[in-house]
Design a protein around this ligand. Sequence first.
Ligand code: NAD
Ligand code: SER
Length: 317
Amino acid sequence: MKKVLVIGAGGQIGTELVLTLRTKFGNDQVVAADVKETCPEQLSNGPYRKMDILDREDVSTYIRETGFEQVYLLAALLSATAEKAPDFAWRLNMEGLFTILDLAKEGSIKKIFWPSSIAVFGPTTPSENTPQYTIMEPTTVYGISKQAGERWCEYYFNKFGVDVRSIRYPGLISYKSLPGGGTTDYAVDIFYQAKAKKEYSCFLSENTALPMMFMEDAIRATIELMDAPAEQLTVRSSYNLSALSFTPKELAACIQVTIPEFKITYSPDFRQAIADSWPASIDDSVARADWGWSERFDLFNMSTEMLKNIDINKIIN
Ligand code: NAD
Ligand code: SER
């Protein structure tokens, strides 16, 4: 049995997660899988398998033959992209999850990580310090798929004892890989534009507060949750997780500490409505109590790390 399979490994989270897991378990023990034809360069230090999570037969055969202690299922369409292709987003975000849950149910996988999102909340959810258990009426196809996924994860745990663990990630901010079509992507784009052009046109309005987290914290949280003793975990849908909450205006002011001439303008598009339906900040006291979660990066540290490390040759726009 191999240790770990990461599906959707070539994306924003997968790239950093695979590299961290390889440091922990050994390069050859962590298989990176993605629908991309060839292995992304950053992941070439270990095994790569081309895999379409929608090809249930191929995925099942491979996982049954190999056997995995842990599978991280990251392949999905994110909020903004999903609104442009709702049917496909629903299919991608749900079918892959069933394939992996069923393989765990039959014993070919011991432990699953499946990410949820702050998108499970909606306009009727309390917006400040959103509790772990609260009203959840998501209005995006992405949020609906994540909420349904959470329900199924909890169902497979309760009915079949499947050890599935999940985090409702906030918007993730990283410099090693680019974001893949979310509403929180502005908080990455802004650093590239600030460093390259000293100006940025933001697709959200200046006072739109959203929960965010530096990728290093998110990867550590993921691994800490997967390492936590099962008996400590009281949530088998998905844990609220919090680190930062800021508006575009506050982020711009933070960047101006390092780049005083940086200018931001605002030109909200369809993503504004998505952002307006999500919480401004998250109460993650259950994660803190159950498995000791605590963030390390505040807004200033995160911003400093981003400006120091981003490679402006990878500019998004
Ligand atoms: P991403 O879009 O950057 O990466 C997704 C990866 O999945 C890509 O490499 C893509 O090629 C791959 N993929 C797409 N279709 C596939 C298929 N059919 N089979 C196999 N691989 C396929 O996404 P991400 O930001 O890394 O997010 C990963 C997960 O975390 C998603 O479930 C997302 O909903 C969740 N999440 C992300 C954030 C965030 O801010 N990045 C926040 C909350 C939740
Ligand atoms: N960052 C993600 C998005 O904006 C939240 O799940 O879609």
